[in-house]
Design a protein around this ligand. Structure first.
Ligand SMILES: *Cc1c(COP(=O)(O)O)cnc(C)c1O
Length: 428
């Protein structure tokens, strides 16, 4: 039981707030947040968990880096696009663009004429230039919002023809068929889980058909006795064809031959393509809509478009992703395994418990299932996983065959020093 004397020794809030480092933190984080950290430290001192004399030091050590509770994480999972870790990390150019756009900006204003201008025209122009096969482009909150808008604007009260093999659950219980039906569109399911032929589609198309939807089964694969209809064949059926490509590749990628891209799909005859901005494109969360100008205009003019529109920060990040240097996802995808080995060797040199191990990274984020990327990891005792995860910065690896693997493919080389410090804290 801590003595009453000891409780009297706990410094008062005003005295702690007067410390220069804490006064500075108060300017960056706000008084309420800093006071809550001080309160927690005082409680610990009263409970005898820390010395009264160490309260100020403890406050300084536990103040958060930003006023947001989101903690920075080093993604050492080897999953390039990790949905639980916020999917694609933004490029430096995109981060700079976000910071600049966070102030007043001409997102919807023409500085020449002093009049209102088309919102996000820079990002839209960049997207249109990246995919010349698209007559029109539009950007919404995410790919789910893109599908929602397409269904609302083109199919409410009518039918969407969809293969039973492409009735995908995105994750966390969200299912594309249910999302489509929530708009008042009716689903016309065709084919079976493993086989859907062109005739199945042809037989279902009629006066009630709004469009045929092809969804890329991005997070699973059906192998064996399978059949499907390609974009070119489906485009020949006469009904509008919408293709959800998922990953956001705009042009073909040599390492991902099975992953559809917007340019190829539009050139093969699709009328509209929907995709995510924060998967393989490597940008911010966004839903990309590309395709026939007249259809895109109908989407843009639909009353719901306003509810699904993106923020200026997203527009800034998207434009910088499209126009600036290649984003981290593209770079990490193309890294050579041997380029990772010297980094791993340097990291394990100081940590007796660590070894270098070959491992396999993956694209993730519901993209390119079955594509494996040879990689190199720092291999650590499995018991370190939890300590690394709860450290600052948090390091998230994966536990495999009784070891905690930190896959360097997804770690920015500039994070190596932080990784080393985190490992030193665990090492005896
Ligand atoms: C990821 C994915 C979605 C969902 O995209 P969000 O941008 O997360 O809304 C939809 N369809 C496919 C095929 C996907 O891969």
């Amino acid at each position: 039981m801590p003595s009453p004397d000891r409780r009297r020794l706990v410094p008062r809030t005003d005295a702690i707030l007067a410390h220069p480092a804490i006064a500075e933190a108060e300017r960056a984080l706000g008084r309420a947040l800093v006071k809550s950290v001080i309160g927690a430290a005082q409680d610990k001192a009263r409970a005898g968990e820390i010395e009264p004399g160490a309260v100020t030091e403890y406050v300084i050590a536990t103040l958060p880096a930003t006023a947001s509770g989101l903690r920075p994480v080093i993604n050492a999972t080897g999953v390039l696009v990790h949905t639980n870790l916020g999917r694609a990390p933004l490029s430096g150019a995109a981060l700079d663009a976000v910071a600049a756009a966070g102030r007043a900006t001409d997102v919807e204003f023409d500085l020449e004429t002093g009049r209102r201008a088309r919102r996000g025209r820079g990002a839209l122009a960049a997207l249109a230039e990246a995919v010349p096969a698209a007559g029109g482009v539009h950007v919404v909150n995410n790919n789910a919002a893109a599908l929602l808008l397409v269904a609302l604007a083109l199919a409410a009260g009518r039918e969407i023809v969809l293969s039973r093999g492409e009735m995908v659950e995105i994750g966390d219980g969200f299912r594309i068929p249910e999302l489509l039906e929530s708009t008042g569109a009716r689903l016309r399911e065709v084919g079976t889980t493993n086989r859907t032929t062109l005739n199945d589609y042809a037989d279902a198309i009629g006066p009630e058909t709004a469009f045929v939807l092809k969804v890329h089964p991005s997070n699973f694969r059906v192998t064996g006795f399978t059949a499907g209809a390609g974009v070119t064949e489906l485009a020949g059926l006469g009904a509008p064809l919408v293709v959800d490509i998922g990953s956001g590749l705009l042009t073909p990628h040599r390492l991902l031959p099975d992953e559809p891209d917007a340019t190829s799909v539009l050139e093969a005859g699709a009328d509209l393509v929907t995709a995510s901005g924060d998967k393989l494109l490597g940008g911010p969360q966004a839903g990309l809509l590309l395709g026939r100008a007249e259809l895109v205009e109908r989407l843009r003019r639909h009353p719901s478009a306003r509810a699904l529109r993106v923020d200026k920060l997203t527009l800034a990040a998207l434009e910088a992703t499209l126009r600036g240097p290649r984003p981290p996802v593209a770079r990490t995808l193309e890294l050579d395994q041997e380029a990772l080995r010297p980094r791993a060797e340097r990291l394990v040199a100081e940590i007796p418990e660590a070894t270098v191990a070959d491992c396999v990274a993956e694209v993730g984020g519901g993209g390119a299932p079955g594509v494996t990327l040879p990689s190199v990891a720092v291999s650590l005792p499995a018991s370190w996983a939890a300590r690394l995860r709860t450290g600052d910065p948090a390091v998230v690896g994966r536990v495999e065959r009784g070891r905690c693997l930190l896959d360097l493919r997804t770690v920015d080389p500039r994070e190596d020093e932080s990784l080393l410090r985190a490992m030193r804290r665990c090492s005896s």
